[in-house]
Design a protein around this ligand. Structure first.
Ligand code: ZN
Length: 72
């Protein structure tokens, strides 16, 4: 099987050979669909979770943007 990677937006396995990609800080990410890529590029840190784990919800200090629905 081809190698797959994980779409950081929705968590799906995607095939880097065919998936839309985006490079952020020298790292390339792949997405299941252009819509996921677009969402990621709008706010990469929301999906990368650099530093804070999503496992136990223990108080977001400071930033309070919801992960569920962005209202524009
Ligand atoms: Zn996706």
């Amino acid at each position: 099987m081809a190698e797959t990677t994980i779409d950081p937006v929705c968590g799906m396995s995607v095939d880097p050979a065919t998936a839309p990609s985006a490079e952020v800080d020298g790292t390339t990410y792949y997405f299941c669909a252009p819509g996921c890529r677009k969402a990621f590029m709008a706010d990469p840190s929301a999906y990368l979770g650099g530093g804070h784990e999503h496992g136990g919800h223990h108080g977001h200090g400071g930033h309070d943007h919801g992960h569920g629905g962005h209202h524009h």
